[in-house]
Ligand binder design. Structure first.
Ligand SMILES: Cc1cc2nc3c(=O)[nH]c(=O)nc-3n(C[C@H](O)[C@H](O)[C@H](O)COP(=O)(O)OP(=O)(O)OC[C@H]3O[C@@H](n4cnc5c(N)ncnc54)[C@H](O)[C@@H]3O)c2cc1C
Ligand code: SF4
Length: 672
């Protein structure tokens, strides 16, 4: 009995599932045994209504297309015929058809990996406590077989959980607390609890200002942070994790919708913006007072407060170590990453929220201190618009929203002497646009670090799910606009790099414990776009065009990762470039990849580093905000999130957002 899928939809979903993961005499479970349809039904139930409709539309699209070709329903067709039909989509010369197929393949990968049996057979759950796999790896490395190692670890005490999980301090309000419309007032209201919002709010509260912080998402507690990537993404991300850009590429982009914003779901990599980037903000955009020396005390302060430290050697694991070996072998230097964590156990789970309480995301560091300093935090409250009176901001209006359905219940009106928007690069400009601020610079200048992932298959087990999510990176290529990193996310998400579907995909996934995944992202200097909230549209429109120079950087970065894989001992590499061989079997084959003529649709890329839609600058015609974060042309309205960056920071952005928020937050506190 399905909860959301109708009986005909379930039959179609089942038929596609058998083509994606067919039954074999030997091998990993098929779609039926992995209960993919039950999973899809649960995923649809959890998705927001708009995304649920889109997912249903996907099944209908494939059904209509199949009907037109074969005059029968997918539900009644032979699995081999369906496979042939799906191959037509996968290999289509039309980019949008290939991307639609990729969307379908991704949700089936999530559904298949939603099965405990699949995870057990692939080896993901070989360690008895998936949150503490390093002890398991140590034993296996010492020659103990995997079954015995698992038994021994089961007999050990549970791994330490070093941090408190935030209980219910006074001053933190959640969905169930709201009994009616909210009317409140304060000195400064802050919208958004990511790095930009929390650090600015904290500095103002510490200076004695009455601060209210509103966050559209809920509090995520340990029970909400499942190892199941599909469910966690659907629960913790905007647009149920299905947000993509439009433009000359369709690029997935994730933004968190949870107390703590991006800090809850990011890898905790902390790097200061390069001097070159800060100098270009000054020279090209007229930004004042934000050079390296100006920001240094703010970087120092937030690094100390957020517990930034270098990853411990003991939690690197093979995926990070092989990355370092591969880099050294091709003449690059990999260095251990600085992260905001305390007591990391190397679970590789940062992107789904740290269940060990080790990552110092803002729900653990920042929000508790804000409340201790007298701030109040309203979660599940979504700001709709800024109240504008006589050219100045006087507060915000919004709604209480249900944590999972997004349904609006009560109205919210908070009056304040100043408003700080830190709702992120997509939401901050669209809140301004809904408030009637329509200057062209608002929502323009969308910048990203477009990135891609490469997977390699090693003769020895790598257990890619073990070790710090991102423990090593290569900074040598930053001057060329390229950064390389070791990476883990979750088995379903990383499996998107393995080519194909059906039996070949199952065979590749049977070797998952031998696979390592590394990523590269590029400067994005030659690419750009904009964000617009169209009247009546359910979702903001996000336009982004990838430039040719960034495409070349992605191509070269992919080739370098492939060379590193072979140099580290991989026997097969999956570069993922459309039109070129999906599997490389030796370093000689990488040369073609470097020199091939490819177009923007060839490299599958997405980005979680986004910036620039409320860019700082001296010229109000070209920029939305001034160097002190104030919005040009409106009094008492400020921005403290990543949308301030006039161009890309050259490195992972969080630490620079913190430093800016620290500086601007202090300055606002002095003014109000
Ligand atoms: C998977 C992933 C991994 C990453 N890894 C790293 C990394 O390792 N290092 C690094 O430097 N960067 C990393 N990043 C990027 C980094 O996390 C972001 O750049 C950063 O979080 C942006 O901060 P922000 O304050 O601008 O916005 P966000 O962190 O996006 O916070 C905005 C908050 O505002 C809330 N909000 C939005 N609209 C409203 C509204 N209308 N009303 C109320 N609240 C609203 C959102 O729910 C969200 O909580 C990663 C990002 C992702 C997605
Ligand atoms: S790798 Fe990330 S999720 Fe895992 S314990 Fe360390 S900080 Fe937490």
């Amino acid at each position: 009995m399905m909860g959301v899928l109708t009986a005909p939809e379930a039959r179609i979903a089942r038929a596609i599932g058998q083509a994606m993961f067919p039954r074999e005499a030997r091998g990993l479970p098929d779609g039926h045994d992995a209960h993919v349809v039950d999973y899809l039904d649960k995923l649809l139930a959890l998705a927001l209504p708009f995304e649920r409709t889109q997912l249903r539309g996907l099944f209908q699209l494939f059904e209509r297309s199949f009907m037109a070709l074969h005059r029968q329903s997918l539900a009644d067709a032979d699995a081999d015929v369906i496979a042939e039909f799906l191959r037509g989509w996968e290999e289509s010369p039309t980019y949008s058809r290939r991307m639609i197929f990729e969307g379908l393949r991704s949700i089936y990968l999530m559904a298949w990996f939603g099965s405990d049996r699949v995870n057990a057979e692939v080896g993901v759950t070989a360690a008895p406590d998936p949150d503490a796999p390093m002890e398991f790896l140590r034993r296996v490395a010492a020659g103990v077989d995997e079954v015995r190692a698992a038994e021994e670890i089961r007999a050990l005490p549970a791994p330490p959980r070093p941090n408190r999980f935030m209980g219910r301090p006074e001053g933190l309000f959640e969905y169930g607390d709201y009994r009616g419309d909210i009317r409140d007032n304060c000195d400064v209201v802050v919208v958004g609890s990511g790095p930009g919002g929390v650090i600015a709010a904290l500095e103002m509260a510490r200076a004695g200002r009455r601060v209210i912080l509103v966050e559209a998402g809920p509090v995520a507690r340990r029970a909400d942070l499942s190892r199941d990537g599909g469910m966690t993404m659907t629960r913790l991300l905007w647009d149920s994790g299905m947000r993509t850009t439009r433009g000359n590429i369709i690029a997935p982009t994730m933004q968190a919708r949870v107390l703590g914003g991006g800090t809850v779901i990011n890898s905790a990599i902390c790097l200061r913006a390069t001097d070159a980037a800060l100098e270009s903000w000054a020279e090209d955009h007229g930004v004042e007072g934000l050079l390296g020396a100006d920001l240094a005390p703010h970087f120092d302060a937030v690094e100390a407060f957020m517990g930034v430290r270098v990853v411990e050697d003991a939690v690197l694991g093979p995926r990070n170590r092989l990355f370092a070996e591969g880099a050294a072998a091709v003449g690059l230097q990999a260095t251990p990453i600085l992260r905001n964590e305390q007591g990391c156990l190397g679970s590789g789970g940062c992107l789904y929220g740290c269940r060990n309480g080790a990552k110092l995301s803002h729900d653990r560091r920042g929000v508790p201190e804000l409340i201790e300093a007298g701030g109040r935090v309203y979660t599940s409250v979504q700001c709709d618009r800024v109240i504008l009176r006589d050219g100045r901001a006087a507060g915000i209006e919004g709604f209480v929203v249900h944590p999972s359905t997004g349904q609006r219940s009560h109205t919210v009106r908070i009056l304040a002497r100043a408003v700080v928007l830190a709702a992120g690069v997509i939401a901050t400009p669209t809140i301004c646009q809904r408030s009637g601020l329509t200057r062209p610079a608002i929502g323009a200048n969308l910048r990203m670090h477009p990135g891609t992932v490469v997977a390699g298959d090693f003769p020895e087990p790598v257990h890619p799910w073990s070790g710090a999510t991102q423990g090593m990176h290569v900074l040598d290529l930053l001057p060329y606009g390229i950064k390389l990193e070791a990476l883990w996310a979750d088995p379903a998400l990383m499996a998107f790099r393995m080519p194909g579907f059906g039996r070949p995909l199952k065979r590749a996934l049977a070797r998952y414990r031998h696979i390592a995944t590394w990523d590269a992202w590029v400067s994005g200097d030659d690419s750009g776009g904009h964000v617009r909230q169209r009247r009546g549209a359910a979702r903001p429109s996000i336009h982004y065009d990838l430039g040719m120079a960034d495409l070349r950087r992605l191509q070269q970065a992919t080739a370098t990762l492939c060379e590193m894989f072979f140099a580290a001992g991989a026997t097969k590499v999956y570069p993922g470039i459309h039109g070129l061989p999906p599997t490389l079997r030796g370093p000689d084959e990488v040369a073609t990849l470097r020199t091939a003529r490819i177009d923007v649709h060839a490299v599958p890329s997405g980005s979680n580093h986004i910036f620039g839609t409320m860019a700082m600058g001296a010229d109000p015609d070209r920029s939305a905000t001034a160097s002190d974060g104030s919005v040009h042309g409106v009094d008492d309205l400020y921005v403290t999130d990543a949308s301030l960056f006039p161009s890309t920071p050259g490195v992972n952005p969080m630490l620079t957002i913190w430093a800016l928020a620290h500086k601007i937050g202090r300055e606002i506190a002095r003014r109000y």
